[in-house]
Design a protein around this ligand. Structure first.
Ligand code: PLP
Length: 398
């Protein structure tokens, strides 16, 4: 064991020497737009709490009530004795929301993505995946024996090339897999063109919409609604761990046959505990609030627009877009250090943001990724912008 411990310590040192050690900041409060950490109070601009539902009183109350009515845990997988009526209710509601026949719950979207590909795609099939897809899609695809093709991020010419390659390889089933929103850029996948190409080549379309469900599109139904292709997407996966309450859980929403087959064969579904009753109840309430809350989405849009406008006026470089993920760019050789120092200086001013640099994003494209929430007030947004301006003068002297 001593030799192994030495090897592991060497790996840890390597990570640290490269400046890549992730240090977890501990909150001493619930997740919210205003939090406290062990380093003091802060306005939070780095959570996926897009609609502010993570500590919404109705969601908390519903989860609390469920503890009394439904108990603490299920102590069973779904197919043995782990299915309450509310699990099926939530699945039907998620399907209705997504515009699909049915849906199936997992412990997380990571599990949903990990459990879908090997069930649906065998050696004679082909999976065509965007190069920037989420780690869970990459891992899930690895578990399948299907032929794999990768296309450049949102590049429709390259997607066509890969579709042709899959066709030339005589693939039986072909699926195009993409994130609905790319989380480092806040860019939407071009779903209309993707659906057009899928139709032309007889392929299916699968979208992981974790950074969209609940708030993207007129009714908050996701990127497929935003792009006007609700009826043309075959499979949607999503998380309950971001806008929809932020607790935990994920799902696949799809055609009936797909959901039915996953219930029979999907390993993370079959061999992992059912989602906790209080989480199911709270998530149902969160989904209901998201569906009925045009006001939350409007507030989120206003906050995003205001932040973009004020930051642009202050001379910051932002990636273009409208998603509440708003990358503030620190280009060039020294960008990684600048972004990290500006983020630190902002935390000292009570604003919590995170800097990302290589290898999470390409070299020379360091950024601070700001995430707006409907829970932010206009004042919160202005405070954040002022902190950016002050931190920039402290770090860069400009
Ligand atoms: C967050 C995220 C996941 C993981 O969701 P969990 O429910 O937390 O496992 C999967 N895919 C994408 C695109 C995500 O952004």
């Amino acid at each position: 064991m001593y030799a192994i411990k030495d090897q592991l310590s060497a790996s840890l040192r390597e990570i640290d020497d490269a400046g890549l050690t992730k240090r977890e900041r501990e909150l001493t409060t619930p997740q919210s737009s205003h939090v406290a950490t062990t380093a003091g109070e802060a306005l939070n601009f780095c959570a996926n709490n897009y609609l502010g539902l993570a500590d919404h009183p109705d969601v908390v109350a519903e989860a609390r009530k469920a503890l009394d009515e439904w108990g603490f845990g299920m102590a069973s997988v779904r197919f043995i004795c782990g299915t309450q009526t509310q699990h099926r209710d939530l699945e039907r509601e998620l399907a209705d929301f997504s515009g699909t026949d049915d849906a199936i719950l997992y412990s997380s979207c990571f599990d949903a993505n990990g459990g879908i590909f090997e069930v649906l795609f065998e050696a004679q099939d082909a999976i065509i995946s965007d190069e920037l897809n989420h780690a869970s899609l990459i891992d899930g695809i690895r578990l399948s024996k299907a032929k794999r093709f990768r296309y450049k991020n949102a590049d429709m010419d390259d997607l066509r090339t890969q579709l042709q390659a899959a066709k030339d390889a005589d693939a039986r089933r072909v699926v195009i897999v993409t994130d609905g929103v790319f989380s480092m850029d806040g860019y939407y996948a071009p779903l209309e063109q993707i659906c057009d190409l899928a139709e032309e080549f007889g392929a299916m379309v699968m979208v992981d919409d974790s950074h969209a469900v609940g708030f993207v599109g007129e009714g908050g139904r996701g990127t497929h609604e935003h792009c006007g292709v609700i009826d043309r997407v075959d499979i949607v996966t999503g998380t309950l761990g971001k806008a929809l309450g932020g607790a935990s859980g994920g799902y696949v929403a799809a055609h009936q046959e797909i959901v039915d087959l996953l219930r029979q064969r999907s390993r993370p579904y079959l061999f992992s505990n059912a989602v906790a009753p209080s989480v199911v109840a709270g998530s149902r309430r969160a989904l209901e609030l998201a569906r009925s809350s045009g006001e939350g989405r409007a507030q989120l849009r206003r906050n995003t627009e205001l932040f973009r406008e004020l930051m642009t006026d202050a001379g910051f470089e932002l990636l273009p877009g409208s998603h509440p993920i708003t990358p503030v760019m620190f280009p060039g050789e020294d960008g990684a250090r600048q972004a990290a120092q500006v983020a630190d200086a902002m935390l000292r001013r009570g604003v919590y943001v995170i800097a990302f640099s290589y290898p999470v994003v390409p070299t020379g494209k360091a950024r601070i990724r700001v995430q707006l929430s409907a829970a932010h007030s206009e004042d919160d947004v202005r405070t954040c912008v002022q902190a950016f301006i002050d931190a920039r003068s402290e770090v860069l002297g400009s």
